[in-house]
Every structure is written in C-alpha cells, then in structure tokens.
Design a protein around this ligand. Structure first.
Ligand SMILES: [Zn+2]
Length: 288
C-alpha cells in the first residue's frame, strides 16, 4: 500500500510537471541590431529579420505553436508583409513554423537538401517545403542591400546555410554557432566535425570586428566570441584525434573527461549536448 501510494504520488507529480512545462509561456524578445535588422528570441533557433520598403525577410521560423506570437513581434517592427522566409537548415526548431508562414503567401528559400529532408519528414506537410532552392549560393536584393545565402557542406547537417547582410554587416550562422555551448553536430543528417570547423573558418573570411552575429542558439555575438568557439572546436578535435591515433575505443574517449575539461569548466556542457555527448560525437565523426 505504501509503495502504491508513493508510486501514485510520483505519477501525479510527474503529470503536474509535464503539464506545467507545456503551459510555460514563451515570450518573443526583439533585439535591434541595425536600422533595419533585428533578432527575435523565443524558443528554438534565433530568428533574423530584415525590414524596409521591399517587405520583410525572415530567417528561420521556430515552432508552429509560436507563429502567432512571432507574427505579432514582426508587426511591431513593420506593417509590410513578409516577402521571403529563408531556412538555415531543416531541423524542426528552425522550420516548424514554415507551414503557417507559407499560408501567408510567402516564398520559402532554402538549400536543396532542406527540400529533400522536409519532404521525407512525415511530421511536416508539403506546405512547409521551400519554394525556391539553391545548391551553393544565392543572392537576395532586398531593403537596400545584398543578402548572401551561402551553403557549407556537411557541417551541422548536410543542408546548412549562413546568411550575410552585406551592408548591415550582420551574419546569421544558423546552427553553425552555439554561443558559449558545445554545438549539436547531427551526424545522422550528414553533419561532421571537420565540415563544421571548415564552415566556421569560411564565415571568418566574410566578417570583421564590427559584424553582429546571430547564432543559431544563444545570445547575440561577435567575431571575437566566434573565434573562441572555433578554437574550442579545433582543440577538442586534436585531443580526440590523438586518442584515436593511440587506438582508444569509443567508450574510452566518451568517458575520458580530461579531453573536454577546459571547456567543461567554462560551462560549455548543457542539457542537450553534455560533455559526454560531445566526446562521443567527436569520436564517431573523426573515426570515419
Ligand atoms: Zn539544428
């Protein structure tokens, strides 16, 4: 009886916890980066916004349940309609709102592989699909500037792009930057450690000390912090490569906390990508 009681208390408590987390209010925070560029923070990937005479360009759409709040936040910035939505990659926390936005007659721009991955995702409808796709690079001329979408091979996934606002000097990295945290590198969707590092190096060529960087996740950032992130990745890669060279197994590398200690101490480990998970990812990707 006592056991039954404690089990049921546990279940009720669990139920309350999950009910609370479902109702947790998400607010959309708006950050102004320049005269016409904004970053929206809610839940999921950070959103980039360009406003102006031509209309609104939106980068990523977070989750479907947040669309009405996101649209409200955009309305507060501009009374012009959304003209384009660009996706940095296919993950649901960046494309979940695609279907809702496409119903507003908005063209969705994305890399070819995003089309393929969204098409194969049973949880997403055809309305979530891009209407304009590109293979390597695409330029948009909107609100008085050239916006370049650049694809990077096998980085966070196999369909990543960064978007660079050439006049405003703002870069949206998508998930090729997790600010102050270990990155998620989705090996099952074509991501790779080496490709991820190469992509960050590629971005460095474009930007300067004054560039404002919208990371996929985390606070607004800059080149100096992006360089610190790059150094962390290069360091961890060489640590794990040395282990592989010494014939260490996946288990040995995954459990060897000394490989990531410097960055663990700085707080890079977080709920989704713990230090253990990043060691495992590094091993699996570099072993290939
Ligand atoms: Zn992602």
């Amino acid at each position: 009886m006592k056991l039954y009681k404690s089990i049921s208390t546990f279940l009720i408590f669990g139920f309350i916890l999950s009910a609370c987390s479902q109702n947790k209010e998400v607010t959309i925070k708006t950050h102004k980066l320049s005269e016409n560029i904004y970053m929206l923070e809610g839940q999921g990937g950070n959103i980039g916004i360009s406003i102006g005479e031509d209309g609104v360009l939106m980068i990523d759409s977070q989750f479907a349940k947040l669309t009405s709040k996101i649209l409200e936040a955009i309305k507060n910035l501009s009374d012009k309609p959304i003209k384009f939505l660009a996706n940095t990659h296919h993950h649901g926390d960046h494309t979940g709102g695609n279907e809702n936005i496409s119903k507003l007659d908005v063209n969705i721009i994305a890399h070819d592989n995003i089309y393929r991955r969204v098409k194969n995702n049973k949880r997403q409808t055809d309305e979530s699909l891009p209407t304009i796709t590109f293979n390597n690079k695409l330029s948009l001329y909107i609100n008085g500037e050239q916006v370049i979408a650049m694809h990077f091979d096998n980085a966070h996934t196999d369909g990543d792009s960064m978007l660079y606002f050439t006049k405003s000097n703002v870069l949206h990295t998508g998930d090729i930057f997790f600010h102050n945290r270990y990155p998620y590198i989705d090996l099952n969707s074509g991501g790779s450690v080496t490709g991820y590092i190469e992509a960050v190096k590629g971005a460095m060529i474009l930007i300067d000390e004054n560039t404002k960087i919208i990371p996929g996740h985390g606070n607004l950032s800059n080149k100096k912090e992006y360089e610190t992130f790059l150094k962390m990745l290069i360091n961890l890669k060489s640590n794990v490569l040395a282990e592989i060279k010494n014939g260490k197994t996946e288990e040995e590398v995954t459990s060897n906390t000394s490989l990531t200690k410097t960055y663990d101490d700085l707080g890079y480990s977080w709920g989704f990508i713990t230090s253990e998970k990043i060691r495992k990812t590094l091993y699996k990707s570099l072993k290939k």
